[in-house]
Design a protein around this ligand. Structure first.
Ligand SMILES: Cc1ncc(CN)c(N)n1
Length: 236
C-alpha cells in the first residue's frame, strides 16, 4: 500500500492536517484500488470507464449545487466569489471532459443526463446534500474537500509514475486532474477551512465525521465503477 504520510499531508498542525491524518488509511486504499491502478496504467476495461464517466457526470451536477450552496452560506464576498467560480468550473471544465468522452462512447448529452444514479452515487450525493441542508460553511467545505483533494493527489500520482503516452486511453482524464489548477482548488478549500473554523473539539469531531464519510464515499465510488454496481433487487 502506498504510504501517504509524507506525500499529501496538509500544512502540519492545521485542522486539515488533522482531518487528513485521521482518514489517511482510507486515502491510501484508493491508490491501490484496482479501478484506480487500471485507470492509471490504461488497462481499465472500457465498460468500467464508461460506467464511471456516466455516473460521474451525474455526481458533478450535484457537486455544482454544493458549491453554489457554499456561496449562499458565506458572508465574505471573496469566499462567495470563489464558491460561485467553483460551481461554474465544475459544470463547465469537468463536464467538458465528460462530454468529450460521451461523444467517444456515441452517447448524447441527454442520454448521459438520463443515467440513473447507482446506489453509491445516490448515497454520496445525498450525504453532500444533507450537509448543505443542515450545515455551516465549514461543514459544507469539509464535505467537498476529499473530492477535490484526492483527485488532485491521484492525478499527480499517475504523472509521477511517468507521463501518460499519447495513446494512453485515459490520458485526458489524467491530464485534467494532474493540472496544477485542479490542485489549487484543494489548496484554497484547505486554506479557507483552516481560517474560518472555530477551534473547539466539538466542531472538530463533526468535521472529522463529515470528512471521513466523504473520504469513504470516494473509495466506494471507484468500487462502484469497478463492480458496475446495480440496485438490488432489480425491477422485474
Ligand atoms: C466522485 C468524484 N469525486 C471527485 C471528483 C473531482 N471533482 C469527481 N469528478 N468525482
Amino acid at each position: 500500500m502506498l504510504d501517504l504520510s509524507k506525500r499529501v499531508g496538509a500544512e502540519p498542525g492545521t485542522l486539515c492536517d488533522r482531518l487528513f491524518q485521521n482518514s489517511r488509511s482510507i486515502w491510501e486504499r484508493q491508490f491501490d484500488h484496482p479501478f484506480v491502478e487500471a485507470l492509471g496504467n490504461g488497462s481499465l476495461p472500457r465498460e468500467n470507464f464508461e460506467f464511471y464517466i456516466l455516473q460521474d457526470a451525474r455526481f458533478l451536477e450535484q457537486l455544482t449545487k454544493i458549491f453554489a450552496a457554499g456561496a449562499i452560506a458565506s458572508d465574505e464576498p471573496a469566499v462567495m466569489e470563489k464558491m460561485c467560480q467553483l460551481a461554474l468550473d465544475t459544470i463547465r471544465v469537468e463536464r467538458e471532459l465528460h462530454e468529450t468522452f460521451a461523444r467517444e462512447f456515441g452517447l448524447t448529452i441527454a442520454q448521459m443526463e438520463a443515467t440513473p444514479l447507482a446506489p453509491t452515487n445516490y448515497a454520496y450525493t445525498r450525504h453532500l446534500l444533507s450537509v448543505v441542508n443542515n450545515g455551516t460553511l465549514p461543514e459544507i467545505i469539509t464535505a467537498t474537500l476529499p473530492c477535490a483533494w484526492i483527485y488532485a493527489e491521484i492525478g499527480k500520482h499517475f504523472v509521477s509514475l511517468g507521463d501518460p503516452p499519447a495513446d494512453h486511453p485515459y490520458r485526458n482524464w489524467i491530464q485534467t486532474y494532474a493540472d496544477p489548477s485542479f490542485e489549487e482548488v484543494g489548496t484554497w478549500l484547505r486554506t479557507t477551512l483552516n481560517r474560518i473554523t472555530p477551534e473547539d473539539e466539538k466542531t472538530f469531531r463533526r468535521l472529522d465525521e463529515i470528512f471521513t464519510i466523504s473520504s469513504r464515499y470516494e473509495w466506494m465510488f471507484w468500487e462502484m465503477a469497478w463492480t458496475l454496481e446495480a440496485w438490488k433487487p432489480q425491477i422485474s
